[in-house]
Design a protein around this ligand. Structure first.
Ligand SMILES: Nc1nc2c(c(=O)[nH]1)N[C@H]1C(S)=C(S)[C@@H](COP(=O)(O)OP(=O)(O)OC[C@H]3O[C@@H](n4cnc5c(=O)[nH]c(N)nc54)[C@H](O)[C@@H]3O)O[C@H]1N2
Ligand SMILES: Nc1nc2c(c(=O)[nH]1)N[C@H]1C(S)=C(S)[C@@H](COP(=O)(O)OP(=O)(O)OC[C@H]3O[C@@H](n4cnc5c(=O)[nH]c(N)nc54)[C@H](O)[C@@H]3O)O[C@H]1N2
Ligand SMILES: [Mo]
Length: 795
């Protein structure tokens, strides 16, 4: 057994392995200091929820409280390893300021209440709005952090029982582009690759994905390959000198917002050198001709000019990717939170299509997820999709849903695609949306342009329901606050980024009167007395287990087929990948083996969009373009970012994450080891830029855009010049020491803009024009991690 400080070394010890070998196990464990395994009453099976990796773990319980966690050695995802957030983050479950009772707003202030009073308020307002204004006055803004059973219940209530089209998740900010890029290329959502592709790849390309800090266990797998014989080459596409960049064979640091130009340049190299699989292109794709024409316009010199990179680096990256025998690609927010998000992500798909690298070991494509259960939001139709990856523009798919839910077809709105979140907030701003039910997300910190979001959420005419573990910045604006049970306090299932389904069993009771989101949604449905067309209660289930069984019926025959799974089968397992059915009882490792896609016109989830404007294709257009359901190669022109640096705002601001915090820190900010590791906001500046502005390490700096300003301590790095990076984790809930609630000077989203990718509608968090100015000497000279937190490793 080794003991490692997982704050100073988030990744722990190496267990090197060679291509094609199994990844060795390493069981990570953290127990409350002073306790040993002998003190633990029981271990309860679950998986990690502070990222999308789905690392299998067991929760240690003693006297009805969580006292630690331990990785599951035989889980297919992590082989026992855990992330620092997962080792320590469970402590937030026991935070003293958990919500324990419902709260209602009375005479302008939130006061403690009880479930009957709070739910009756919500029901009364819902009924009034349905009578006076109709279903589209009610919207649901949910999450990528609930369980499958909770989303499916919410989906049936919203799309079916109420019949509103306004249902989306914070997945819009997160994985909308992943879903959209998969739909554009393969006709349907569904992750092609598998994490085991790391075990086989000879080149791993990471596009706008700081995997080292955001999926640390996946990075451990890559680090272990790098430490073994025949290590893979790493290509890193990221403007920052991330830990991934430090291990890269080629690091391309493009100017933010120029990804499409860069991708066209890489494809130019691949096509120009004929590093292609012509048989595959011919047999399994449509659209290649357009790609050839488009990328011919992007020779390395032009790309270097647009992206501000060395043309030889474009050539070297193109050659590595073009000559790889087993290419694994991963894509995340550096691509997705950009103005040409889908267009750029689709070009990564194109690389795999022209190289015929899909469905084989090592030839993985991971259009990543971020949140632990974002995959389920999408599958279950709790975002702007329909349940079971059904196509809103295909009437027979709507009929299937109507049959499943025993409703009239007309009860399910499908006159237009479900409303995306940015549009829902616009409707709330305009006043057509009058009730917004926010569950498991904190938009008052995570949405762009917070000044505007606060104005929208504080309106009197908007009835705001917030369901959370804590009195977040968003909950403080609510009319009714509902206390939710957290992970480990409820049972359900969820699916990670490589389609691995895990069960998470209830380990302890929730605090006070807190209830699971599942029970809350169902309670609402019963109080609203929703019925199907035969007068039976809708949704037709009462327990998570029953909801899972109903979901299996909904998923039957669809790409995300769960019919071969059950709670019993998942218990004790190391995670099972969908589709899992009679034909594939152990699940399916990789999609699209043999060039078979889910893209047939009658089966596909979407008919696709124009990559520049987002205009949807008509069903007849799709049928004409792709009658046999092949993969679709879509080319895209490069369009510069809308908000570009100016004399007044000369820098490009990008935002993102650190390894120590999760999002708006409601959990990690309440975890002593993690909060101590990154207690305050900082800003990363390029050394040369700092020197010119007279800024030294630790100085207080003001970052300003037309929308607002933030003050942060300077951290000087090898970031490319002209770029500024702010983590977006810091809202204002613990700013008592520096100005309290009125000081909106920490959150990165004070600065970001209201704008989105026209195709996926994902907001742009990664480009804004900003200025930087020194305002004084800092208090802390070094914003580097200071805390220490030792965990066990069993090799
Ligand atoms: N520790 C930690 N882990 C997490 C989370 C967390 O909050 N904390 N959140 C989870 C969630 S929900 C998500 S979505 C994922 C996100 O995981 P990532 O996408 O890996 O994280 P980000 O830091 O948002 O962005 C990744 C990188 O994009 C780069 N980037 C910015 N602009 C551009 C650009 O124009 N082009 C390119 N090529 N790169 C650019 C940034 O420099 C940054 O390093 O992480 C998940 N895991
Ligand atoms: N500037 C900038 N902004 C960004 C991003 C960025 O990179 N830059 N990234 C975007 C991305 S990818 C994401 S995913 C979003 C994340 O943004 P948010 O979703 O707003 O972030 P979280 O802090 O994870 O909020 C989740 C909330 O759910 C609560 N919660 C946790 N578990 C449960 C549960 O079981 N039930 C209930 N009811 N509540 C629960 C938590 O306490 C927390 O308040 O931020 C987006 N915003
Ligand atoms: Mo995310």
């Amino acid at each position: 057994m080794a003991r490692t400080d997982r704050i100073s070394d988030p990744w722990g010890s190496r267990t090197p392995y060679a291509a094609g070998e199994p990844w060795p196990q390493r069981v990570d464990r953290y127990l409350t200091p002073g306790l040993t395994d002998d003190d633990v009453d029981r271990w309860v099976q679950s998986a990690a929820v502070l990222h999308s990796n789905g690392d299998g773990l067991d929760i240690a319980v003693k006297d009805g409280r969580i006292v630690g966690v331990r990785g599951r050695a035989d889980d297919r995802v992590n082989h026992g390893r855990l992330d620092p957030k997962d080792l320590f983050g469970w402590q937030a479950n026991h935070a003293r300021d958990r919500l324990r009772t419902p709260l209602i707003r009375q005479d302008g202030v939130l006061v403690e209440s009880d479930w009957d009073t709070a739910m009756d308020r919500i029901v009364a307002r819902s009924r009034q709005l349905l009578d006076e204004r109709g279903p589209n006055s009610i919207g649901f803004y949910t999450s990528g952090q609930l369980f499958l059973e909770e989303y499916y219940t919410q989906c049936v209530i919203a799309h079916g029982a109420i019949g509103t089209n306004h249902v989306d998740g914070n997945t819009r900010l997160c994985t909308a582009t992943a879903a959209e890029a998969l739909k554009e290329s393969f006709g349907c959502d569904g992750q092609p690759g598998s994490y085991t592709d790391v075990d086989h790849a000879d080149v791993i390309a990471l596009y706008g994905h700081n995997v080292a800090e955001t999926q640390t266990v996946l990075w451990m797998r890559m680090l272990d390959r790098l430490a073994g014989p025949n290590p893979p080459a790493i290509v890193c596409i990221d403007p920052r000198p991330t830990p991934v960049a430090r291990h890269a064979t080629v690091h391309l640091a493009p100017l933010p917002g120029t990804n499409v130009a860069l991708m066209n340049g890489l494809l130019h190299e691949i096509l120009d050198h004929d590093w292609m699989d012509h048989d595959y292109i011919e047999a399994h794709t449509v659209g290649f001709h357009e790609l050839r024409k488009r990328v011919a316009e992007f020779p390395p010199e032009r790309v270097a000019d647009i992206c501000g990179v060395d043309p030889d680096d474009v050539r070297r990256a193109g050659e590595l990717i073009g000559t790889a025998e087993r290419l694994l690609s991963t894509v995340l927010q550096g691509f997705y939170q950009s103005h040409q998000a889908t267009a750029a992500a689709v070009q990564v798909n194109n690389i795999h299509l022209v190289r015929g690298m899909l469905g084989r070991p090592g030839c993985g494509l991971l259009q990543m997820n971020g949140q632990p259960t974002a995959e389920n939001t999408r599958e279950c139709g709790a975002d702007g999709d329909l349940a079971g990856f059904r196509n809103w523009a295909n009437d027979s798919h709507i009929e299937e849903l109507a049959t499943l839910w025993n409703l009239d077809v007309t009860a399910i709105p499908h006159y237009a695609p479900p409303t995306h979140a940015m549009q829902m907030f616009r409707y709330a701003e305009e006043g057509s949306l009058r009730m917004l039910w926010v569950s498991a997300t904190n938009p008052a910190v995570s949405l762009p342009e917070l000044g505007r979001i606060r104005r929208i959420l504080s309106q009197d005419r908007l009835f705001l329901v917030v369901q959370d573990l804590f009195l977040t910045e968003t909950a403080q604006l609510a009319d009714v606050v509902l206390p939710a049970a957290a992970w480990a306090e409820k049972t359900g299932t969820f699916t990670n980024a490589d389609r691995t389904v895990h069960i998470s069993d209830k380990a302890v009771d929730p605090p006070g009167q807190a209830r699971s989101d599942f029970d809350i949604f169902l309670d609402y449905a019963r109080r609203m007395d929703f019925r199907d067309r035969d007068g039976r209660p809708l949704p037709a289930w009462n327990t998570p287990d029953e909801a899972f069984e109903a979901w299996k019926r909904c998923s039957a025959g669809r790409p995300c087929d769960y019919t071969g799974l059950s709670y019993e089968k998942l218990r004790g397992s190391g995670g099972i990948q969908w589709p899992c059915n009679a034909e594939h009882p152990d699940g399916v490792e990789r999609l699209y083996a043999g060039g078979e896609f889910f893209a047939a016109p009658d089966y596909c989830e979407a008919y696709g969009k124009d990559l520049i404007t987002g205009a949807p294709l008509e069903p007849t257009e799709y049928r004409a373009m792709n009658p046999f359901g092949k993969a679709i190669i879509k080319a895209a022109e490069y369009v510069p970012p809308h908000e570009r640096p100016s004399a007044e705002y000369p820098c490009v601001l990008i935002t993102g994450r650190t390894v120590y915090h999760f999002h708006t820190r409601t959990k990690t900010g309440r975890t002593p080891q993690l909060q101590a590791a990154a207690p305050e906001v900082w800003v990363e500046l390029a050394r040369a830029d700092a020197l010119r502005a007279g800024i030294v390490e630790g100085d207080l700096v003001e970052i300003r855009t037309v929308r607002g300003c933030v003050t942060a301590a300077a951290r000087l790095t090898d970031l490319r010049r002209g770029v500024v990076f702010l983590p977006f984790h810091y809202g204002y809930w613990d700013t008592g020491d520096d100005g309290g609630k009125d000081g909106h000077h920490r959150a990165a989203n004070e600065l970001t803009l209201t704008d989105w990718d026209p195709v996926s509608k994902q907001p742009i968090f990664k480009t804004a024009a900003a200025s930087v100015r020194r305002i004084g000497a800092g208090m802390a000279a070094t914003p580097e991690p200071v805390a220490h937190a030792v965990a066990d490793e069993h090799l």
